[in-house]
Ligand binder design. Structure first.
Ligand code: PLP
Length: 396
């Protein structure tokens, strides 16, 4: 099909040209004397993206799922209890992994479309006077439903109840896109991957680990080898890795971290918020609803949009893909056929968002969903042009 392909899924995301260019180089010797010149500053600069001063960031060949595994395997022992909530496919999968590792999971089933049930977390932690719960899991941005949860509030609950459990956060679709403060929120393991906010191909597990979590590695009994933080600590200190690193991706990551820091991490968050508000205005303009039930949970990186009852969201996705060369995210598991998702994260600007929204209008029209042509696009124009103008004026 002629023309560019639209990639509006919530990861993999669009790759900036500078990142692609940075990866167009011959393979290199990862044990070369000069290799630490890449690694040491890169690991230091990643801390500025995670916003941690005392923690360490590790890079494994892998994906976000590997980050989940590293958090469990380095800090816990078989039979340990973890507290978690299931409110979408990714929070479900992390809990499933905990069970496969032989952990005792106190899983709070939560309606899909809602976020972390803070009251239930507080009740469980207060009731746990003997501190059986060793880790609290939070899926910061549930990509399946477009729901962002309040990690800072979970930290407050841990502090208020004086509970010593570790705090693990899945930041796969939040870190490097929406507000995430590892140090301030007392996060012990922050999990991410390369193919979302970091704007790279899939292939890196990126984890931020607190000193408290690191100190558990000697006593934790779960089996681990590939993801052992202790091996990373030793080798990273000299600017190397315990095994062959994904050198090309590291070069790309250098370029992507440069872009993020150049823009300023808070400006990156603000851009995602502005673009997300444009998408949400379009959804209202179409007369449709988000899967996220309340504004407090609206995600600035992905919107899961409910189609009217008698329609199949997969048909919209199929039409968008085959007729208009636009990839939209599918509904997963419980919400399959009920929602389509627009990913709005990574290397993205107003024009790209307008392109996606126009594509969605074309596909929904063909699928027979009733709405006034341009209602969503027009609503987004009002929000995005207003905010861009407002920013310009503020800067003048
Ligand atoms: C919130 C969340 N957690 C975890 C994962 C799993 O990450 P990966 O597919 O990189 O293993 C994803 C993937 O989309 C995700 O969105």
């Amino acid at each position: 099909m002629p023309g560019q392909k639209g990639l509006a899924v919530p990861g993999p995301t669009n790759m900036p040209f500078a990142v692609r260019q940075a990866m167009d180089l011959p393979l290199e010797d990862h044990r070369a004397p000069g290799f630490p010149d890449l690694v040491v500053p890169l690991l230091a600069d990643l801390k500025k993206v995670f916003l941690t001063e005392t923690g360490q960031v590790f890079l494994f060949p892998g994906s976000g799922t590997g980050g989940w595994e590293s958090a469990l395997a380095n800090t816990l022992s078989p039979g340990d209890t973890v507290l978690a909530a299931v409110f979408g496919q990714f929070s479900h999968l992390w809990v499933d992994m905990c069970r496969r590792f032989g952990l005792n999971v106190h899983a709070i089933e939560t309606p899909w479309g809602q976020g972390i049930p803070l009251d239930a977390y507080e009740a469980a932690l207060r009731a746990d006077t003997t501190h059986q719960i060793k880790a609290v899991l939070v899926c910061h941005n549930e990509t399946a439903t477009g729901v962002t949860s309040d990690v800072a509030a979970v930290r407050r609950i841990l502090d208020d109840t004086g509970h010593p459990a570790l705090l693990f956060v899945d930041g796969v679709s939040s870190i490097a896109s929406i507000e995430f403060r590892m140090e301030e929120w007392g996060v012990d393991v922050a999990v991410s991957g390369s193919q979302k906010g970091f704007m790279l191909p899939t292939g890196l597990t990126i984890v931020g680990v607190s000193q408290k979590a690191l100190s558990m590695a000697d006593t934790a009994q779960l089996p681990r080898c590939f993801f052992d933080y202790r091996d990373m600590v030793k080798m990273n200190a000299q600017g190397y890795f315990p095994y062959t690193p994904a050198t090309t991706l590291l070069r790309g990551l250098r370029a992507s971290v440069d872009l993020l820091l150049e823009e300023g991490i808070e400006n990156v968050w603000a851009r995602h918020n502005r673009l997300a508000r444009g998408v949400r205005a379009a959804v209202s303009g179409w007369g449709l609803s988000l899967c996220a039930q309340e504004p407090q949970w609206y995600s600035d990186t992905v919107s899961a949009i409910m189609v009217p009852d008698r329609f199949d969201a997969n048909e919209v996705i199929q039409i968008a893909y085959h007729r208009y060369n636009l990839s939209l995210g599918a509904g997963l598991s419980k919400v399959a056929g009920k929602v389509f998702r627009i990913g709005h994260l990574g290397d993205l600007n107003e024009i790209m968002v307008m392109q996606y929204l126009g594509g969605v209008e074309l596909a929904m029209r063909d699928a027979g969903i009733a709405f006034t042509s341009g209602a969503g696009v027009g609503a987004a124009v009002d929000v995005l042009s207003d905010t861009v103008a407002a920013q310009r004026i503020a800067a003048e």
